[in-house]
Design a protein. Structure first.
Length: 259
């Protein structure tokens, strides 16, 4: 395989919910045997790199946490670089807050004290959270989102994701975030290239979403591969301005397609 590195999406590409997708583990091992360095990248911001590495190991794929990125890690890195001394109010999960605090960021419980508002996925999102977000914006906080995913896969089907919550919070004052840090942002592209240390033309991206996985690769100049095991359908591809270089049934078919 004529690539040095690959970015693999997780949910919908390597696994679906709590189930490893057929042939995924073997595909990962074939990539490694071919000398392809791997970066596993999820747009789910709620878990740490350690959490994702442990989940993959539980599913039979041995991964070091250094090979994992998420919308949470990219957002944390951005805030540490640009708002390291600022007070951050989070409309989001405890897992995201823990990532911020582990990086030395200062989070606050009073939205009116915030210099920065971050909106993200939270299964317990409520009217009170929306009100708190409004108070932070009203007080002049800088506004960021972790990832643009309006819908995310769950055991019961698709459910609202970070993008829906970001829209709910920002829509109150008709304001979009200054940045949304997960895939396919410039910050996410930089994080991938820093992690892998290869030129983009020597890297491929495999994922199940056109507007995040494939868009990231397209913007960065990487080879893009869409799998049919997740969100996007052939009809979506036909209707989209974002076009993958390849469309395959599953990660298990990658080596055959690109050899």
């Amino acid at each position: 395989m004529d690539y040095e590195a690959a970015v693999l999406d997780l949910d919908g590409t390597v696994y679906r919910g709590d189930t490893l997708l057929p042939g995924a583990a073997a595909a990962v091992e074939r990539l490694r045997a071919a000398g392809v360095d791997l970066c596993f990248f999820s747009n789910n911001p709620t878990k740490s790199r350690v959490d994702y590495a442990e989940r993959l190991r539980d599913l039979g794929i041995d991964v070091d946490e250094s090979a994992v990125l998420s919308a949470g890690t990219v957002t944390t890195r951005f805030l540490a670089d640009e708002h390291g001394d600022d007070a951050v109010f989070v409309v989001g999960s405890d897992g995201l807050i823990e990532q911020f605090e582990a990086a030395g960021l200062s989070t606050v419980a009073d939205a009116t004290e915030a210099d920065v508002l971050v909106a993200s996925y939270d299964i317990d999102f409520s009217y009170g959270d929306m009100l708190a977000g409004y108070r932070a914006l009203e007080a002049g906080a800088a506004f960021y989102g972790t990832d643009p995913d309006l819908l995310v896969p769950a055991e019961e089907g698709m459910v609202p994701g970070s993008g829906a919550i970001i829209n709910a919070v920002g829509g109150i004052v008709d304001r979009n975030p200054a940045k949304i840090l997960g895939k396919p942002s410039a910050e996410a592209q930089l994080a991938v290239l820093d992690n892998l240390g290869v030129a983009p033309e020597r890297c491929l991206v495999v994922g199940d979403r056109l507007n995040t996985d494939i868009a990231l690769g397209e913007r960065a100049g990487m080879t893009t591969v869409l799998v049919r095991t997740g969100v996007a359908t052939d009809a979506d591809v036909a209707d989209s301005e974002i076009q993958p270089d390849y469309v395959i049934d599953s990660l298990a078919d990658l080596e055959t397609t690109l050899s």
